[in-house]
Design a protein around this ligand. Structure first.
Ligand code: PCA
Length: 226
């Protein structure tokens, strides 16, 4: 049986929102797992054992990445999926690209507003995500999950973590990493904002399953192309 390790990160409560879905969804998925169906030979994960580790990070420019990096050094994951909250989002936002820029308008959890400028003075302007976004969107369509591709995770802590993470992934032999923004938890259907929690967990399961398939070579199309 092939073994894969996935690290899924989230953030502490943020932006006055008591229930940050990115705090609950990774923990829930780590507890539930994403088991393939061992009797279904068409299921590319039928003989894959996927372990998910969740980690919750502070909304801090200074310590979110070092805390995630420590987990990556310990777990040596094959796939890393970072998540955060975008409170204005209607559905799931699949982030395409991490920008080498921090530009915060409000203090972080350490009460720090970092100086505006690049995250890494000598790093590239941006990194593409490593996740197979098109395959994930197709899985979302099958599961009726509202989602869009997003070209910009902002210039706050989420983007900074995403950038450090892709920088890390670029130095690994083989590791996929990306960032997914979640909307508010809204149990009642709402025309503009939010999704129920169980739909968000289903979405995260789709992200893990499609990323695992891609990692194992079962998804053919390059991640950013149609
Ligand atoms: N969202 C923030 C940081 C933590 C979170 O959940 C952001 O958009 O940068």
């Amino acid at each position: 049986m092939t073994k894969l390790t996935v690290v899924m990160s989230g953030f502490d409560p943020y932006d006055g929102v008591e229930v940050n879905p990115s705090l609950i969804v990774p923990r829930t998925l780590a507890a539930q797992g994403v088991a393939g169906n061992p009797d279904d030979y068409d299921d590319p994960l039928h003989d894959v054992d996927v372990t998910i580790r969740s980690v919750i990070l502070p909304v801090s420019f200074g310590s979110a990445w070092p805390q995630l990096e420590a987990v990556l050094e310990r777990e040596h994951p094959d796939i890393v999926i970072a998540t955060g909250l975008k409170r204005a989002a209607r559905g799931i936002l699949l982030e395409r690209c991490a920008e080498n820029l921090k530009d915060a308008e409000k203090p972080d959890a350490d009460n720090v507003i970092p100086e505006r400028g690049p995250i890494d003075e000598s790093g590239p302007a941006a990194y593409w995500t490593g996740l197979p976004l098109r395959a994930i969107l197709q899985a979302f369509a099958r599961d009726n999950i509202p989602a869009t591709l997003s070209s910009d995770a902002g210039t706050y802590v989420c983007n900074a973590l995403f950038y450090h993470l892709e920088n890390w992934a670029s130095r690994q032999d083989k590791a996929l990493a990306g960032f997914v923004n979640l909307p508010l938890v809204n149990e009642q259907p709402h025309p503009q904002h939010g999704l129920p929690l169980d739909q968000q967990v289903t979405a995260a399961r789709d992200v893990v399953r499609q990323s695992a398939r891609y990692f194992l070579g079962a998804v053919k199309s390059p991640s950013l192309l149609p």
